[in-house]
Design a protein around this ligand. Structure first.
Ligand code: ATP
Ligand code: LTN
Length: 332
């Protein structure tokens, strides 16, 4: 039997998971479980590039694990783990830091954005973040990395690092490919649809743990446009708000843009916006309920992340040992 391809991805527990994370990333992960060998983790090492409250970080990491499972990532079929539980991530990151160039790191848009946003704390970890992310991916010899569009540049630098390393030492790392879904790839903020939905703008952000009435309110207030007739059709340039809502509606219902245009023909935004809200509420309801149920059973979650760390470490340590040998470290 042919071996399954490997898939790996992570999200930082630096804030609560939101609809952008779900439609851009997690939903696609859950859909692929039968065809791939899957590894998903909470990227807690990455989060401290920005100052975190320790108790909050612990709580969010656990909530994120509960939400992964609630979104359909069955721990029996996927390896779910916490990044800091597998020391090989930090160990390989150090090595890869010595194979990535200052100039390459300076060109990363996430570094430019985050250093502008947190100008009081432009630490070295924020700068070398891509070396840690490359380690995350290369340790598992992942074939595919399912992420939202904003992470494509990080997967590309991972490939550059892998290529450079392989060029010197032979075939050590598999070349990973980003996997970006067409529909949910970029969900925009409901309050200012020119920028991506992000936890740092909570007003226009729908969190997976939001109560139904909060979700309804956020959609009713969603910014659209003042075009005469309030017609629902897709035009990203002229109608970013409506196009974003159509994208969300399509992602949660599976309906095509043509079907959506027909459904709301002549009905206006007053009908369209609450309908999108309702569809989102219904698709998130079981996720929120399941997550709350799981969070009430801490020992179950503990068991999941312990098992996950064991399985992940086994693979990660094999790659790390190979790398240590290649660069010339004496085995213990
Ligand atoms: P921040 O608010 O700090 O920018 P974030 O909300 O973007 O963080 P990340 O941890 O950076 O969250 O992203 C986790 C995953 O979700 C990544 O794969 C990312 O590409 C995807 N993602 C994040 N926001 C969106 C969005 N608005 N639309 C689609 N995918 C998204
Ligand atoms: N950088 C990503 C989170 C992340 C990741 C990874 C994603 C850390 N390591 C490895 C995929 C594979 C982010 O900020 N969304």
């Amino acid at each position: 039997m042919e071996e399954k391809k490997r898939m790996l991805s992570g999200i930082q527990p630096s804030g609560e998971l939101h609809l952008g994370n779900y439609l851009g990333a997690i939903k696609n992960w859950a859909d692929r479980v039968n065809d791939y060998e899957c590894y998903y983790f909470m990227a807690d090492l990455h989060t401290i590039t920005v100052r975190q409250d320790p108790a909050e970080l612990r709580k969010r990491t656990l909530t994120q694990l509960a939400l992964y499972i609630a979104c359909g990532l069955d721990p029996e079929k996927n390896t779910l783990f916490i990044q800091s539980h597998v020391p090989a991530h930090a160990q390989l990151a150090w090595i890869l830091n010595c194979y990535v160039m200052f100039g390459e790191l300076s060109r990363m848009t996430q570094f430019k954005d985050k250093s502008a946003k947190h100008s009081d704390n432009v630490n070295a970890g924020l700068f070398t973040y891509p070396a840690l992310m490359a380690a995350d991916i290369l340790l598992y010899q992942a074939d595919y990395v399912p992420v939202g569009e904003d992470q494509k540049q990080h997967v590309e630098i991972t490939r550059d690092i892998a290529n450079r390393f392989n060029g010197i030492y032979g075939n050590v790392f598999k070349m990973p490919e980003p996997l970006i879904s067409k529909i949910g790839a970029r969900i925009y903020c409901l309050a200012s649809p020119e920028s991506k939905m992000s936890k740092s703008a909570p007003g226009g952000c729908v969190f997976l743990m939001d109560k139904p009435e909060d979700i309804a309110r956020k959609f009713k207030r969603a910014v659209t446009d003042s075009e005469v007739g309030h017609c629902v059709y897709f035009d990203k340039e002229k109608k970013p708000g409506v196009s974003n809502l159509m994208n969300i509606y399509s992602s949660v219902t599976g309906k095509t843009f043509e079907e959506i245009e027909k459904e709301f023909d002549g009905k206006g935004y007053g009908v369209f916006k609450p309908a999108v809200g309702e569809a989102v509420i219904e698709s998130l309801r079981p996720i929120r309920e399941k997550a709350l149920e799981l969070l009430a059973d801490k020992s179950y979650l503990e068991n999941v992340y312990k098992e996950g760390a064991k399985k992940a470490s086994y693979i990660a340590e094999k790659t790390l040992a190979k790398v240590y040998k290649k660069v010339g470290f004496i085995p213990r």
